[in-house]
Design a protein around this ligand. Structure first.
Ligand code: PLP
Length: 445
């Protein structure tokens, strides 16, 4: 190609051109094979080129791909909403479909604010979140995101929402150990709500496992129970941003289920369409819908392509595929197998500081010194170096930020399609090791 007209993530880099994908593999136009160890951006949860999904897409497009949601509902959208209601815990019964995770979190923010307005509390409009978090790229979603790198250019346009500490056990903000931990990070939410005044706060939003901003920060066992209790005590809604963790990534429909909590609102995306169509959802509980249904009777949000039958048919087919192949059942054992193999690499590669996560959502944080947990200096570009080395060797991993400020550390996410086999997991780890060998050589240069 003479030149490109496409704005890609890095304008000074060349990207291979993909030809096709099958299962956990992608192939470029030169025929090079890549093992997709990150499901793209933790999205291709059932792998690439799945015939059942392709068939469902064809079938739906022969009927109808688009209707305007103020004129028609559609069978796929109705069935999908029903299936989500039946697959999620408690009274999470209502789905509002959008096209991206950012739209799902931004809608959740609006629904939470609207809920309190309908109940006669118009001042409850702030959304609390955690620093070291990512809730999306649109301005509302970015306002809730504790991700300095993505926020910095737009700070004047962002709502000034308060943040609290993340449950980042590897770098505990309160210098506690697992033995001495008293959930100080959850306690900080309580203190923050009392200080700010819960009468001005609509909701607290959190990713059950912090993905891109923290490299799979996984909380200690009782953290979310405490957080939920604190939200209830202060009359603040709890929004779980499950855009990355939802749809079986950790072995259950929602990662929240591991900690025995039922959020008031849940955001889904990524694995929902599994990369076959853009679709995401804000799933709202009966409790939150009730005053809206008896009040203004509509959610004050929406997009032209919200609930389009084409994307809904894809998400429905993805859910059926997950079910028919019983894919949630093996996530835990596959994740443990993968984690154990990666643990073995730790011996030869002292820059692997922490391995964390749940199910098939694993994060590796890299450090210069394992004893002190000192991060690498930024000039080493460890994350992007490793991601590039891996890709050159035919392995795709996802870059993440790390560190207590969400910028000072290096991490990658390993999150292969849930369909990955044992043999493919072993191949993944062999390729990861080859990448580490090369990284080690580059770091001593
Ligand atoms: N929320 C979480 C937890 C995410 O990981 C992401 C994307 O990485 C988003 C929201 C935003 O989703 P999207 O990129 O589809 O807008």
């Amino acid at each position: 190609m003479e030149r490109t007209y496409l704005i890609k993530p890095a304008l000074d880099e060349e990207y291979p051109i993909v030809s096709y994908g099958k299962g956990v593999y992608l192939y470029d136009l030169d025929g090079k094979q890549y093992l997709d160890a990150s499901s793209g951006a933790v999205t291709a949860n059932i792998g690439h080129g799945v015939e059942e999904i392709i068939e469902a897409m064809k079938e739906q497009s022969e009927k109808i791909s688009f209707v305007y949601r103020s004129q028609f509902s559609s069978e796929p959208a109705e069935k999908l909403a029903e299936k989500i209601a039946l697959s999620t815990p408690g009274d999470l019964n209502w789905s509002f479909f959008v096209n991206s995770g950012s739209e799902a979190t931004e809608t959740a923010m609006k629904v939470a604010i609207q809920y309190w307005q309908e109940k006669g509390f118009p001042l409850k409009s702030k959304i609390l979140s955690r620093w070291v978090s990512y809730h999306g790229i649109t301005l509302g979603a970015l306002s809730m995101s504790g991700h300095p790198g993505r926020r910095s250019r737009f700070v004047p346009l962002l709502a000034d929402f308060p943040n609290v500490s993340p449950p980042y056990c590897y770098r505990c903000p309160f210098n506690q150990t697992p033995e001495s931990c008293k959930y100080e990070c959850a306690q900080e939410l309580d203190t923050a709500l009392s200080r700010i005044g819960p009468e001005s706060v609509a909701a607290f939003i959190a990713e059950p496992i912090v993905g891109a901003a923290g490299g799979c920060i996984t909380p200690p066992k009782g953290y979310y129970k405490k957080v939920k209790e604190i939200c209830e005590t202060h009359n603040v809604l709890f929004i779980a941003d499950e855009v990355m963790t939802g749809f079986g990534r950790t072995g259950t429909m929602l990662a929240s289920e591991h900690w025995g909590i039922i959020p008031d609102i849940v955001c889904l995306g990524k694995g929902m369409g599994a990369g076959y169509a853009p679709i995401a959802a804000t799933v709202v509980s009966e409790k939150v819908m009730e005053p809206i249904m008896s009040g203004s009777k509509q959610i004050m949000s929406g997009h032209t392509l919200s609930a389009n039958p084409q994307s809904a048919a894809v998400a429905l087919a993805v859910m059926e595929y997950l079910e028919n192949n019983n894919l949630f059942a093996d996530v835990d054992s596959k994740g443990i197998y993968l984690k154990n193999l990666i643990e073995k690499l730790r011996v030869q590669y002292p820059f692997i500081g922490d391995i964390r996560g749940k199910g098939l959502l694993l994060g590796l944080e890299f450090v210069e010194d394992r004893e002190t947990k000192q991060s690498f200096s930024k000039e080493f570009n460890v994350t992007s170096r490793l991601v590039k080395i891996a890709q050159s060797l035919g392995l795709l991993v996802y870059p993440a930020s790390a560190g207590l400020d969400g910028t000072s550390g290096d991490a990658i996410i390993i999150a292969p399609p849930l369909t990955i086999t044992k043999r493919e997991i072993e191949e993944l780890v062999r390729l990861l090791e080859s990448s580490m060998v090369q990284l080690k050589q580059e770091l001593v240069k």
